[in-house]
Write a protein that binds this ligand. Structure first.
Ligand code: TTP
Ligand code: MG
Length: 349
C-alpha cells in the first residue's frame, strides 16, 4: 500500500467554536462571528447557523435576515491566535515538518514517524481537545491534495483516510471547483464547455488542459488522477521565537520561574537581534504537574526587542497564572514579528 505520509488538519468552525468554548451559554444556538456594522461580513458561523444557509463572506445583514434569532459576535483575533498557537504547538510536538496554511489549518509530513497515521491523528485530536476544548477534522493520505480533501470529508470532528484505490470513487463525482488549482474563473471556463464534474474532466487530454489553463493544466491533469508532488513546505518559518525548559522535578517557586523567564528573555532578544526582527505578542506557556498546558498571551501596540521589555511583560503574564499546582515546564515566546529591514524598505515604497 502507498505511504500515508501526509496529514491535513482543520479546526471546526474555528472562531465560532472558540466563542462557544469561552461562553458555554452559546452552545446549541446559531452563532455568527463577523463585523457588526451593516456593511460587515460573516467571518464564520457555527454548524447550527450554517443550517440557515449562513456561510463565510456573506453580508451580515443577509445573515440576520436568514436567522434573526442568531447570536452575532465580533471577532476577537487575539484570542483566536492564542488558541491557534496552542494547536500548532501540539502539532510541533508530533513533527517539525509542518506547513501552516492559515490560522486553523496545517499540513504535517509524518514520513519519518514510525507510528500508525490513524493513531497519530487520534492523538492530535485528543490532545487538542484536552488543551483547548475544541474539535478539528483530520485527513490522511499520500499527498497534500488528497489529505486536504480528506479532512473536509467528515467535518466536523472527522477523521478520513484516502488510499489510492479510493481515488476514482471519491474524486470522480466531485464538482470541478473542488480540485485544488481550479478557482471560480477556471470552473466557469470548464462549465461553459459542458465540463461539470471530475468525471467529465478526466476525459480531457493533458494537451487540451494545458491549452486551456497553461502550465497549471498539467498539474490539474495529474491531480484528478490522485497525483500531487507538492512537498510540505516548512520554509514558511513559524513566525515566533521562543525558549522553554522542562524541569528535572516540579516547582511553583515564583523566584525560580521568574529567573527562567529572565534567561529566556535574554536568549530571545539576542535571537531577534540576529534575525533583525521585532515582535509585539508575548506568550508564557506552562505545563502543570498533571501535564495540562496553559498559555497566557499579551499583544501590545508597539514592537519591542529588548530583553527587559520582554521580561516585564512575561513576568506580568506569569503572575496571572494559577500556581496552586506545581509546574513541569515553563516557556516564553514572542510572535507577531516584523522584519526591520522590510519596514525600512517600506518607508521608500
Ligand atoms: P475555515 O477553516 O475555512 O472555516 P471554519 O474553521 O470556520 O469552519 P470549518 O473548517 O469547520 O468549515 O476558516 C478558519 C477561520 O478563518 C474561520 O473560523 C474564520 C476565518 N475566516 C475568515 O475570516 N474569512 C473567511 O472567508 C473564511 C472562509 C474564514
Ligand atoms: Mg476550519
Amino acid at each position: 500500500m502507498e505511504n500515508l505520509s501526509i496529514i491535513h488538519i482543520d479546526m471546526d468552525a474555528f472562531y465560532a467554536s472558540v466563542e462557544e468554548h469561552d461562553n458555554p451559554k452559546l452552545k446549541g444556538h446559531p452563532v455568527i462571528v463577523g463585523g457588526k456594522s451593516r456593511h460587515g461580513i460573516v467571518t464564520t458561523a457555527n454548524y447550527e447557523a450554517r443550517r440557515y444557509g449562513i456561510h463565510s463572506a456573506m453580508p451580515i445583514f443577509m445573515a440576520r435576515e436568514l436567522c434573526p434569532s442568531g447570536i452575532f459576535i465580533q471577532p476577537r483575533m487575539e484570542r483566536y491566535r492564542e488558541v491557534s498557537n496552542i494547536v500548532m504547538d501540539i502539532l510541533y510536538d508530533v513533527t517539525d515538518v509542518i506547513e501552516q496554511l492559515s490560522i486553523d489549518e496545517a499540513y504535517l509530513d509524518i514520513s519519518d514517524i514510525k507510528q500508525d497515521p490513524l493513531y497519530i491523528a487520534k492523538t492530535i485530536k485528543s490532545e487538542v481537545f484536552k488543551q483547548t476544548g475544541l474539535t478539528l477534522s483530520v485527513g490522511i493520505s499520500y499527498n497534500k491534495f488528497l489529505a486536504k480533501l480528506a479532512s473536509d470529508w467528515n467535518k466536523p470532528n472527522g477523521i478520513k483516510i484516502i488510499t489510492s484505490d479510493m481515488v476514482p470513487e471519491i474524486l470522480f463525482p466531485l464538482p470541478v471547483k473542488s480540485v485544488y488549482g481550479i478557482g471560480k474563473k477556471s470552473a466557469k471556463k470548464l462549465n461553459d464547455i459542458g465540463i461539470f464534474t471530475v468525471d467529465d474532466l478526466i476525459r480531457l487530454s493533458e494537451e487540451f488542459l494545458i491549452e486551456l489553463f497553461g502550465k497549471s493544466g498539467g498539474e490539474i491533469f495529474d491531480r484528478i488522477r490522485g497525483i500531487d508532488h507538492r512537498k510540505v513546505d516548512t520554509s514558511r518559518e513559524r513566525k515566533s521565537i521562543g525558549s522553554e525548559t522542562t524541569f528535572n522535578g516540579v516547582t511553583n517557586d515564583m523566584e525560580i520561574l521568574k529567573s527562567y523567564l529572565r534567561e529566556f528573555a535574554y536568549e530571545i532578544a539576542q535571537a531577534m537581534k540576529d534575525k533583525g526582527v521585532q515582535g509585539r505578542t508575548i506568550t508564557v506557556k506552562i505545563k502543570d504537574e498533571n501535564f495540562v498546558q496553559h498559555t497566557k498571551s499579551k499583544t501590545i501596540n508597539s514592537y519591542i526587542s529588548s530583553a527587559d521589555e520582554i521580561y516585564i511583560i512575561a513576568g506580568n503574564l506569569l503572575s496571572e497564572i494559577n500556581l496552586e499546582k506545581n509546574l513541569r515546564l515553563i516557556g516564553l515566546t514572542i510572535s507577531n514579528l516584523i522584519s526591520l529591514d522590510l519596514e525600512q524598505l517600506s518607508l521608500f515604497d
